[in-house]
Design a protein around this ligand. Structure first.
Ligand code: FUL
Length: 488
């Protein structure tokens, strides 16, 4: 055995002394902030982190130029000539989307899989000799491209003979079961509340409890979308606009999807005192209609419209579900896919280079003075590291000093929502050298999972984020600063 030399013994002793010293003060345990209000489940958090997904409206309406089929269409009209779900998936992937939600059954009742609970399906269409199954092809394509697969099933069914009778609820639950048990994991179950035939004398009282239980039983991780969640909620319009104030909490007691939905402004802005965590999802189409029509080939939204939608949805604490309807070949039209790639490039050009990478940050408050909650955590890529303030501190500032005077026009900030949504008012200021004053560049109310402020380009070296109001001590896990190039 080799003898330790004197300096080595000395160094070891020093290390032990330092370690013991540190375990007293350096690693002093400071408790994390108490959670505030209702919280996202793990599935809701994963869903929120997907941010951007593709909606696909496809079915007989694709071939008939209709938005709402009446269910009397000859199933033979459904006949895509060059069907290719892998093309949908590769397009979604290249566009930066994280999943695809398909209209497995729209209001016309036509099933895109050969359902045994009805006679109005791909089987009756003759497409692929009646042996086709769009759900099979798309679920496999999504797996191949590492995308989540979700389904929209309309409870409103203008074809099924039992619709309008109590028996229909079980038929719908059986139909759901078929979809939820045959195509692998479903990340989102999309329910619209339409009950359109009520006006025409067919009143269906939907058994929402049965529908939700069916989803929970077969796909416990699926996030359920509807006007009242429970997983995520409709944003209250189809124009791509989440509320400037947008709480991920909603009061749902006494409400139900469709006619009994919460008021549009609650859907749009959530409720500050909402009893359940039900974040907003913004669904909007890249074309004027939800279904493909050759008449809208030249009306695909422009890049600047799409960038605006990005900012009024993802930039306002909402997920974006962008509808891209396949054409009569069963493929995404080249005009739509080119536009999606241009949109992607515009987003990358904005967000690729974070100007805060080398910034110095200072704050008015750090929880327990602990490094674990230091303000530098907002530059850390680890989602679960965050800056937090002491209990009772509901207003605070973060001062940012850039390496040099820099031009920018976009600011991003994220609350650490596993601990709830807290901030109710904030602004961003820039230090104006010429007047030696702080100048307000942008302001907002809620932040939530993600908030992005856009403002006219300025040059500054110093900025200040002021949290002016919060329901509990603020907790931020991300900040970013960007200079988005002007769109052509
Ligand atoms: C609504 C439907 O009536 C529209 O046709 C479309 O599917 C939209 C996404 O949801 O409830």
């Amino acid at each position: 055995m080799k003898n330790d030399s004197l300096p080595l013994v000395f160094l070891r002793a020093l290390a032990i002394v330092l370690f013991l010293g540190c375990s007293g003060s350096c690693s002093r345990h400071v408790a994390p902030p108490e959670p505030y209000g209702p919280l996202p489940s793990e599935d809701q958090l994963k869903w929120q982190q997907m941010e951007y997904t593709m909606f696909v409206h496809f079915g007989p309406n694709t071939f008939t130029d209709k938005e709402w089929g009446d269910g009397q269409e000859d199933p033979g009209v459904f006949n895509p000539s060059a069907m290719d779900c892998r093309q949908w998936a590769s397009t979604a992937r290249a566009a930066g989307m994280k999943g695809i939600i398909l209209t497995a059954k729209h209001h016309d009742g036509f099933c895109l899989w050969p359902s045994q609970y009805g006679g109005h399906t791909v089987r009756e269409s003759g497409w692929r000799d009646g042996r086709g199954d769009v759900l099979r092809e798309l679920s496999e394509a999504c797996r191949a491209y590492d995308l989540g697969f979700g389904v929209y099933l309309s409870p409103w069914d203008r074809n099924h003979s039992t619709y309008g009778t109590p028996a229909y609820n079980q038929v719908f639950a059986n139909t759901l079961t078929e979809v939820l048990t045959n195509y692998g994991p479903i990340f989102e179950q999309w329910f619209d509340g339409a009950n359109g035939d009520e006006a025409q004398g067919k009143k269906q009282v939907y058994d929402w409890d049965l529908f939700h239980q069916t989803v929970s039983m077969h796909q416990p991780h699926a996030v359920i979308f509807s006007d009242v969640g429970p997983g995520c909620r409709w944003v209250g319009n189809e124009r791509g606009l989440a509320g400037e104030t947008n709480w991920s909490r909603l009061n749902v007691r006494g409400f139900e999807p469709g006619w009994g939905a919460p008021p549009a402004d609650s859907l749009n802005s959530g409720n500050i005192d909402g009893e359940a965590w039900i974040p907003a999802e913004t669904d909007v189409s890249i074309r004027p209609g939800w279904f493909y029509s050759p008449h809208t080939d030249d009306r695909v939204k422009s890049v600047s419209e799409l960038v605006d939608i990005y900012h009024t949805s993802i930039g306002r604490n909402s997920n974006l579900l962008l509808n891209v309807p396949p054409n009569r070949e069963g493929r995404i039209h080249p005009g739509d896919s080119v536009r999606l790639m241009e949109f992607r490039r515009a987003l990358d050009a904005c967000f690729a280079h974070d100007l805060l990478a080398k910034a110095k940050l200072r704050t008015t408050d750090t929880r327990g003075g602990a490094r674990k909650y230091a303000v530098g955590q907002v530059l850390n890529e680890d989602y679960h590291r965050y800056w937090a303030t002491n209990d009772g501190v509901h207003t605070a500032s973060i001062e940012i000093t850039l390496a040099e005077t820099t031009a920018f026009n976009t600011f991003l900030v994220q609350e650490y929502i596993p601990l709830g949504q807290r901030i109710s008012q904030f602004n961003l200021e820039g230090w104006d050298e010429s007047t030696a004053q702080w100048q307000v560049l942008g302001q907002g109310s809620t932040i939530g999972y993600k908030r992005i402020l856009r403002f006219p380009r300025v040059k500054a070296q110093k900025l200040r984020l002021n949290i002016l109001g919060a329901l509990a001590p603020p907790v931020l896990n991300r900040m970013g600063l960007y200079n988005a190039p002007d769109l052509q």
